[in-house]
Design a protein around this ligand. Sequence first.
Ligand code: GLP
Length: 261
Amino acid sequence: MAEVIIVRDQEEAGSIAASLVVEQLQRKPDTVLGLATGSTPLSTYAALAATIRDMGLDVSQVRGFALDEYLGVPPEHPQSYRSVITSEVVVPLGLTPSLIHTPRGFGTGVQASGDEYESAILAAGGIDIQILGIGTNGHVGFNEPGSSLASTTRIKALAAQTRADNARFFGSPGDVPTHCVTQGLGTIQRARQLVLLAFGPAKASAVAAALDGPVSASVPGSIVQLHPRATVIVDEEAAALLQHADYHRMARAGVAGLGLG
Ligand code: GLP
């Protein structure tokens, strides 16, 4: 079972997730980070930037791979995930830009982009720690319901629900791209550690389906149940429909209270 941590708010979640990343960075200075976009990981990136600054951590060798990218959006577009990763992660954390990758979603030969990206992740030795959000329909990365559990990085169509959810980042729903390049569910499962975050009532049913329902292509987030090292960090609203919320609270309080250091 994934470790489930129910927190007060996004700040507490961000500081717990950032501490998991920092432990990894201390073990391996050229750690390979898996980077999610969206609003959910922002408190993690903010906490990470502050910790790196306060501890004076050298992150110059850190490598990174974004989960996904819109298809047909030029990299310089403010809503391309290349731009978002640059402004939300690379700059605030002080990472080396040439070591941080996003899938190529624009230009000639884009059909080969998924295989190229998959090979680049393998060549880097695989992802050490993957930060994840979850869509209201249960998607992770842009693996929409129905995606193969063994899938690798490839071009996919976005679900209508996802385009509606992401309309807030674009001028209108019609401006949201229809396709993307996303790491597959198999790619994500090969990461050595997963940290999935979710906040707010709109995520409650997706979180419950991912953690308590069957492992299923219909709920891509349910892959966390298969992963040997997955931490799920949710606020009370996102945890509202979890069957075992009391158990998760008790387990956390119990370990903290044992004084094991
Ligand atoms: C986006 C991204 C996902 C993200 C999810 C949730 O479309 N492709 O990686 O986890 O949808 O987004 P948010 O965190 O803004 O709720």
